[in-house]
Design a protein around this ligand. Structure first.
Ligand code: MG
Length: 367
C-alpha cells in the first residue's frame, strides 16, 4: 500500500533526509505536498521532481497538513510554526510523524487528547523517542521502572563553564555527533533540547517525570534505555544517523535503510554518566518548569527560547544570557496563563505576548 505523504519543512535537515527515504521507496511513499519557508528555489525543484504541490507560509503549512489526498504528515518545521499544523493534521484524521520538538512541549496535552501517545497516529521521529518506541514494544507499562534518554552534551561539553560567556554562534553550531538545523543545534549546546525530550517522553509514553532520566553519552550510539521491573535494561543502539528514525516513522516497519550499520567488531567504548547541572543551567530550568506542571509557563519558556536562540545566532546576546531569558519567559508564561491547561488560542496568545515582551530593541541588543 502506498502512503501519501506531506512534508512540512521540506528543505530543512529532516525534510531533506525524509525525501531521500521517499526516493528509495517510491512504491511505499508518494510525496503529494511539500511545504517550506526557506530555500524556495529548492522547494520548487523538489516539487517538480516528486510531482508534488509546493506550498509556503503558515497557510501553506495548514493546507498541506489537512489536504484530502494526504495520509501522513511529517512535521519537520522547527519552532512554534509546527504546533498549529500538527493539531490541524491530527484533527483532520491524518497520521503525524513528528520531528518538531516544540509541538509536544507547548501542546502535549492537546496532542495526547487527539491522538494518544506514540503509535500509528503519532510517530516520533527523534532518535531518542524512536529508541524508546523500540525498547517499549511488547512491554507492559506496569513493568517499566524507569527510562533514560541519552545526551551527547552538545558543542560545549568539554569547555570550562567560565569560557561559555564568550563562545560564538559559529562554535555553538559545531555539534560533536549530529548534523541538524540551527535551532536544534543551539538547543543541544544548552541542553534545552534534552529537557524538551523529557517533556515529549512524558506525553508520548505517559510516564511521570520522576521516572524519566537523562544520561550523558558522548558517542551518541545508545539512544535510550528502559529499566524493567526485574532490573533488566533494554537499550537501542545505532550509529547516529537520522535516516533510521525517519524511515521507521514513515514506513513503520523494518525495510532496508541507507543509514550506516553498527559495526560491533570495531573496538570502541560507549560511556554513560550523569549530566552536570552546573554546566547546563538551561536544562535545569526546563525540567523545573516541566515538573511544576504549569503548562502555560512551558509555553512561555519555549517562546523565550526561540527569541534567545535567534538573538544568539545573530550575535546579539551572549550564550550565557540564554538561561535568564528562559526563566523570564517561564515567569511571563505563568503570569499570562490562568493555571489551567491552555487551549490552542491561549497557547498562541501566550506565545505572542512572551515574544513581544522579550524581543530586544536594536539599541539594547549589543553584548
Ligand atoms: Mg534527539
Amino acid at each position: 500500500m502506498t502512503t501519501r505523504l506531506a512534508v512540512l519543512g521540506a528543505t530543512g535537515s529532516i525534510g531533506r533526509q525524509a525525501l531521500e527515504i521517499a526516493r528509495l521507496h517510491p512504491d511505499r511513499l508518494q510525496v503529494v505536498a511539500l511545504a517550506a519557508d526557506r530555500r524556495r528555489t529548492e522547494l520548487a525543484a523538489l516539487a517538480t521532481e516528486f510531482g508534488a504541490r509546493a506550498l509556503v507560509g503558515t497557510a501553506g503549512l495548514r493546507e498541506s497538513a489537512t489536504a484530502g489526498d494526504v495520509d501522513l504528515v511529517l512535521v519537520a518545521t522547527p519552532g512554534f510554526a509546527g504546533v498549529e499544523a500538527t493539531l490541524a493534521a491530527l484533527g483532520a484524521g491524518k497520521d503525524v510523524a513528528l520531528a518538531n520538538k516544540e509541538v509536544l512541549v507547548v501542546a502535549g496535552h492537546l496532542v495526547r487528547a487527539l491522538a494518544g501517545g506514540a503509535g500509528k497516529r503519532l510517530r516520533p521521529v527523534d532518535s531518542e523517542h524512536h529508541a524508546l518506541w523500540q525498547c517499549l514494544e511488547g512491554v507492559e507499562p506496569r513493568h517499566v521502572r524507569r527510562v533514560a534518554l541519552t545526551a551527547s552534551g552538545g558543542a560545549f561539553r568539554d569547555r570550562e563553564p567560565v569560557e561559555l560567556a564568550s563562545v560564538s554562534a559559529e562554535e555553538a553550531l559545531q555539534h560533536p555527533t549530529w548534523t541538524m538545523g540551527p535551532k536544534v543545534t543551539i538547543d543541544s549546546a544548552t541542553l534545552v533540547n534534552k529537557g524538551y525530550e523529557v517533556v515529549e517522553t512524558r506525553w508520548l509514553y505517559d510516564l511521570p517525570y520522576d521516572r524519566i532520566d537523562v544520561v550523558l553519552h558522548h558517542e551518541s550510539v545508545v539512544h535510550a534505555l528502559v529499566e524493567l521491573a526485574d532490573g533488566s535494561v533494554k537499550a537501542q543502539l545505532a550509529e547516529p544517523d537520522m535516516r533510521l528514525p525517519i524511515q521507521y516513522a514513515l514506513l513503520w516497519d523494518r525495510a532496508e535503510c541507507p543509514a550506516p550499520r553498527f559495526d560491533w567488531e570495531q573496538v570502541r567504548s560507549l560511556r554513560l554518566g550523569p549530566v552536570d547541572p552546573a554546566r547546563y543551567p538551561c536544562f535545569a530550568i526546563v525540567l523545573e518548569t516541566a515538573r511544576s506542571g504549569d503548562l502555560a509557563a512551558m509555553v512561555g519558556l519555549s517562546a523565550a527560547d526561540e527569541v534567545a536562540v535567534d538573538a544568539f545566532l545573530r550575535n546579539e546576546i551572549a550564550f550565557t544570557a540564554i538561561p535568564g531569558m528562559l526563566r523570564h519567559g517561564a515567569e511571563l508564561g505563568a503570569h499570562e496563563g490562568r493555571g489551567q491547561a491552555p487551549e490552542l488560542a491561549e497557547i498562541v496568545a501566550i506565545d505572542r505576548a512572551v515574544r513581544e515582551s522579550l524581543t530586544l530593541p536594536a539599541a539594547a541588543a549589543s553584548r
